[in-house]
Design a protein around this ligand. Sequence first.
Ligand SMILES: Cc1ncc(COP(=O)(O)O)c(C=O)c1O
Length: 387
Amino acid sequence: MNAEFADRIKRLPPYLFAEIEKQIKVKKAAGVDLISLSIGDPDLPPPKFITDALKDEAANPKNHNYSFSQGEPDFRQAVTEWYKKRFHVDLAQDQVVALLGSKEGIANIARAFVNPGDRVLVPDPAYPVYANGSTILCDGVPVAMPLLEKNNFQPDFGALKPQKAKIMFLNYPNNPTATTVDKKFLAKAVEFAKNNNIILCYDNAYSEITFDGYRAPSILEIDDAMDVAIEFHSLSKTFNMTGDRIGFAVGNRQLVSGLTRVKSQIDSGPPVYTQKVAVKALGNYRSAEPPEFLRKNNQILAERRDLLADTLCDIGLQCEKPKATFYVWVNCNGNSMEFASKLLNVGVAVTPGIGFGKYGEGYARITFTQPKERIAEACERIRSLYK
Ligand SMILES: Cc1ncc(COP(=O)(O)O)c(C=O)c1O
């Protein structure tokens, strides 16, 4: 049989990491002790109260039936309470939908609102799912919003032509640039979306991975955001639970209900036991401040960040010390694929910026999701290239 891929699959851009992945395989096969600073998957474990809760909830036979597409009522209630504590935002349960990780929701939201040929504003560089899994797989047309260093890696709404776009994706704290924003920027985003009748999809997956006292805002804290916005969250990064696949989307009722309608035709809710664990995880917050587990987790990450960013600056590579996420976005002064290959030759894997979009060229993303000793070793290897 010669099964022909659908046109939308053919329209997906070439997988730019393939060449680097090939080189990584060759190095590993040759027995090189490779330090991977390329994947956004925390090496730190979930807190014990979560692994204990997972054991208990999974052992309960009642937690193995189908869940509702919108999620269990107690899960949605926990999300509303978390929003109240964390962001001082009031939500009703019907403004919450449970997700199998935020990636799934980001991909499925376009199915509810994007018709073939509709334009979708996507940041560039960006998490590739906005343009690919979401827009292109719904036959939409991604329109890049350049995130330039001179604009602090924020879209310039003044210069941006709305182009009758249906959706605009935004993500802060940002992957890959690690940029953070304040509420003034978010207010401009809401105003732009409102004035141009654009659905604002705000990806807040990294809101809890923050340092130096910075607290990431929710788009829903902004006046009028509830008219235009849906916000995506995840327990993946907050509680080091990437493999457990639990997240949620909240906000405007019509947007939440559109996403729920799509999901009800595609999947059932996340496993009930995972939702019950998430209730306990979110309940760990007593106020807007991070709970003890998160404070310790982020302290470990901040020490690694300091080591990595200080070394890169010391050897003359320009980067900001991020206030959030576990990424350093470094200016590599040229071709990002060549930079990544050069580092691979000394056994350090990083992600070339071009893989996140054309405006990512000239940069690389280096993650600090490895123990400090490994990051120290990686730093020495990178330093050896610049002596
Ligand atoms: C910006 C951003 N959004 C969303 C996700 C998806 O996370 P999850 O599906 O695990 O919630 C990721 C994962 O790396 C990400 O970097």
